[in-house]
Design a protein around this ligand. Structure first.
Ligand SMILES: *[C@@H]1O[C@H](CO)[C@@H](O)[C@H](O)[C@H]1NC(C)=O
Ligand SMILES: *[C@@H]1O[C@H](CO)[C@@H](O)[C@H](O)[C@H]1NC(C)=O
Ligand SMILES: *[C@@H]1O[C@H](CO)[C@@H](O)[C@H](O)[C@H]1NC(C)=O
Ligand SMILES: *[C@@H]1O[C@H](CO)[C@@H](O)[C@H](O)[C@H]1NC(C)=O
Ligand SMILES: *[C@@H]1O[C@H](CO)[C@@H](O)[C@H](O)[C@H]1NC(C)=O
Length: 398
């Protein structure tokens, strides 16, 4: 019994060993064959996609077809963008019309950081001002801004709106704000997501190679000078206007986190209003930074407010000679407390608006001084719109 069983077992195991070897070999070849065939099929498929994009009209693949194949969507959107731009030739660099795209933040910021090696533009480059609106929802002063832009040379400005993703700015197709909403994400005030939104706005605006100056504005901001004055002031300035100062209190130095050492030392720490104005050179430096951005993202939390410290500190540390260190957006902090004063209908008088434009002081401007310190002002309540529209033509000159 034992020996038979033993022999049987030996025989069986012998056979099974041979069978096993055979089947493993077969399986291997089969697997190899399957992988090989899949490789060929995938190769052919993606090859045909690229071919179709380059040889046929872009967008011949409808959105439904594209979504059937999620793995190739990334390739398709990148290739699609290139194809669309080829179609528009130089126009997509000098004044891209479409602010919509499928790029992630990482892709967008990388692409926006590209700088032409050849400083001579092959097109007539009229420097533009990018007006970048950071808002949650509606823009209550839209009629005022419409009046500000009315009749101005469209080659001198561009508009970008970052709002909550589900918010749709509803304006007529004749508005300068029509189709100017950029792909956006949720912003939680006081967190790094606010800095992300600012960098996202800069990234989108940098894709237009004609944009030379970049102003960040909120829904409560208004212009206090007319467009020609604002344009000349910014385009002729050699410096950016990014608020950056030392606040020794616990609301300034007190927010410094020792874990940022040794890259950011306490004496490097700066504070400033988030409502910046910067030139192209500085904007590129800001969006190209990942090291200091990541330090702030990691260590500027819990009552730190990255939007008030990241750019002021980064610009102070590395690009101070590009910056005037002051802001061109007026705000009234005279009441004290964590929020600035806001102005409603009752506050809007001719004399008050005149005092915002000039109260007798002067500010640094290039190598000299200027009687114009502020170009924009905040915070205005929606009720201020009507009196502002009345006072605009008389005092604000637009
Ligand atoms: C703008 O770009 C988006 C995404 O790239 C595309 O879906 C849309 O059709 C474009 N719009 C126009 C008017 O070209
Ligand atoms: C947009 O505005 C128009 C006219 O003001 C109005 O008829 C339409 O319902 C609005 N659409 C949305 C989505 O709010
Ligand atoms: C703007 O909208 C109006 C009415 O909705 C339409 O008749 C007109 O063709 C549109 N113009 C453009 C340039 O799309
Ligand atoms: C004018 O404005 C500046 C800056 O806000 C302020 O420091 C100064 O006190 C103001 N001067 C007058 C006379 O109001
Ligand atoms: C701006 O900077 C350039 C280069 O540093 C200099 O040549 C020019 O004079 C400056 N312009 C003004 C108005 O300060």
């Amino acid at each position: 019994m034992r020996s038979r069983t033993g022999r049987d077992e030996i025989d069986y195991s012998k056979w099974s060993g041979v069978l096993k070897d055979l089947s493993i070999g077969l399986m291997r070849s089969l697997c190899f064959l399957i992988v090989f065939v899949i490789g060929i099929v995938v190769g052919l498929l993606s090859g045909s996609h690229v071919d179709r994009y380059f040889t046929l009209e872009p967008y011949t693949l409808g959105p439904n077809q594209a979504s059937l194949n999620p793995s190739s969507m990334c390739i398709n959107s990148v290739v699609g963008t290139i194809a669309a731009e080829d179609r528009n030739s130089m126009e997509s660099f000098s004044s891209p019309k479409n602010v919509s795209h499928g790029m992630s933040d990482e892709e967008l910021l990388w692409r926006a950081s590209l700088v032409p090696e050849n400083a001579r533009y092959p097109f007539d480059r009229m420097p533009k001002i990018a007006f970048m609106f950071l808002t949650r929802g509606p823009l209550p002063f839209l009629p005022l801004w419409e009046r500000f832009f009315d009749g101005q040379d469209v080659r001198k400005y561009s508009i970008y709106v970052h709002a909550n993703p589900e918010f749709q700015l509803n304006v007529s197709n004749s508005s300068v704000f029509y189709k100017r909403q950029i792909p956006s994400q949720y912003v939680e005030w006081g967190t790094v997501s606010l800095v992300d939104a600012e960098r996202r706005l800069l990234g989108n605006a940098l894709l237009d190679f004609s944009n030379e100056r970049f102003v960040l504005l909120s829904e409560s901001c208004i212009p206090i000078y007319n467009f020609p004055t604002v344009y000349k002031y910014l385009v002729k300035s050699n410096y950016s206007f990014l608020d950056s100062y030392v606040d020794p209190s616990r609301y300034g130095q007190g927010r410094y986190n020792r874990q940022m050492r040794p890259d950011i030392r306490p004496r490097d720490w700066r504070k400033g209003s988030q409502w910046f104005e910067m030139n192209r050179a500085l904007a590129i430096k800001v969006i190209a930074d990942t090291k200091y951005y990541n330090l702030f993202k990691r260590y500027c939390t819990h009552d730190c407010y990255p939007d008030e410290h990241y750019m002021p500190t980064f610009v102070h540390m590395f690009h101070e000679r590009l910056n005037d260190g002051r802001t061109v957006t007026y705000v009234d902090w005279s009441l004290g407390g964590p929020h600035p004063a806001s102005f409603g209908a009752k506050d809007i008088t001719e004399s008050y608006m005149r005092s915002l434009r000039n109260n007798g002081t002067t500010c640094s401007y290039n190598k000299g001084t200027s009687r114009v310190c502020y170009l924009f002002a905040r915070k205005f309540e929606p009720s201020a719109l009507k009196p502002l529209l009345e006072v605009a033509s008389k005092v604000l000159e637009y």
